[in-house]
Write a protein that binds this ligand. Structure first.
Ligand code: F6R
Length: 364
């Protein structure tokens, strides 16, 4: 059932190109986005005044990426919230808002409660869900199914990746319907998305170098991830993946925020991983990494092919293919999933069933 892989997580990492192709294929037909299965009409999209994305864990990290992409492309204000906070906050929601719930299982108690809270106020809801017929899929006004297939490993990989795709599709469609992008940009974005599966495959094919690097981190006490903008959102996911299956303490920080306290934790040899996929923010994040290095940190950089001068700064560099920067999370998360996996394996841990965790959190 693991198709020759040692763990479900590795099998599911390898299934990401197909999961993305399937999810794209369900909503892009003849070079055009078709949301008729989701049920969102053009008038609905034109009327959205603001978006609240509500989720837990990795699904919330997808929301963090989606916030940057939707705001930048469609120019609709987006707020991303933890479901466990949203439901008890007496949130202010505009009557023309759209509440988007993201959930792999469709059964996460807090996410379901947040959905019900929005519905009870008469707010339009859309869910991005993997498990067909689950509670969150059934109860939301509209459902965007991710076609990741069953995900067994507790640490999510392919569900996360397909949730990103759903977010990009919504961002592009909202942007087009609301006149924020032209046909050429629309076509360009869809063509970039169609190239993601092959680019992910290339990263996976290159996994040995990451395995080698990961095997040296087995004794790390703390690992920090830093980035700005979308790179910060990717850092959050990289850090969660690592801590949940390797049991190494890890934190993700918006790179500019590190010096407001957390930098005091940097010691000789602490690993700091910089995520640098956004060229406009590259120099800024590098300078934050250099601040860590001068306090003893050991640096890894994750950036796009071409940025080879990163090797002047970091001890270990890993590269991802170029794509439109809005979609870089889809590529950058892959080496971080592999890193977490290989650290967990190097420590001899139960990769697919980390301690204290359940696949679906149905208690609040
Ligand atoms: C982390 C992980 C969890 C889930 C979270 C939400 O790898 O899998 O953080 O993302 O529990 O679960 P769903 O998506 O089922 O609502």
């Amino acid at each position: 059932e693991k198709a020759g892989f040692e763990h479900f997580m590795m099998k599911e990492i390898h299934e990401q190109p197909k999961a993305i192709k399937d999810t794209l294929g369900s909503v892009v037909k003849d070079g055009k986005i078709d949301l008729s299965n989701v049920g969102l009409a053009k008038e609905d999209i034109e009327n959205i005044s603001q978006i609240h994305i509500v989720a837990c864990g990795s699904a919330w990290h997808v929301g963090m990426v989606a916030q940057y992409v939707i705001e930048d492309l469609a120019r609709i204000p987006v707020r991303v919230e933890l479901a466990s906070e949203f439901r008890y906050r007496n949130p202010i929601i505009d009557k023309d808002a759209l509440v988007i719930i993201i959930s792999q299982s469709g059964e996460t108690a807090d996410s379901l409660a947040a959905l019900r809270e929005a519905k009870s106020r008469g707010i339009k809801t859309l869910s991005i869900v993997n498990v067909v017929g689950s509670s969150i899929a059934r109860e939301a006004d509209n459902v965007f199914y991710t076609l990741a297939g069953p995900e067994i490993s507790v640490a999510t990989t392919k569900a996360y990746s397909t949730q990103l795709i759903a977010s990009y599709i919504l961002a592009i469609e909202f942007a087009m319907v609301r006149g924020q992008i032209n046909q050429e940009q629309y076509d360009g974005f869809l063509s970039e998305l169609s190239e993601l599966p092959d680019k992910i495959q290339k990263i996976i094919d290159d996994k040995e170098r990451l395995q080698w690097f990961a095997s040296k981190q087995a004794n790390a006490k703390d690992i920090f991830f830093v980035g700005r903008g979308i790179d910060y959102a990717i850092s959050l996911e990289g850090s969660l993946k690592l801590k949940e299956i390797s049991y190494i303490h890890s934190e993700a920080y918006a790179a500019g925020e590190l010096k407001h306290g957390t930098i005091s934790l940097i010691e000789d040899g602490t690993l700091v991983i910089g995520v640098l996929t956004q060229n406009g923010l590259y120099e800024k994040t590098i300078s934050n990494m250099v601040e860590c290095k001068s306090r003893g940190a050991y640096l890894m950089g994750l950036t796009t092919y071409g940025n080879y001068n990163i090797e002047d700064t970091v001890e270990f560099a890993t590269y991802i293919p170029k794509t439109d920067e809005h979609f870089a999370a889809s590529l950058a998360v892959i080496p971080l999933q592999l890193l977490a996996y290989y650290v967990s394996v190097a420590k001899g841990l139960d990769v697919d069933k980390p301690r204290n965790l359940a696949k679906s959190v149905t208690v609040e």
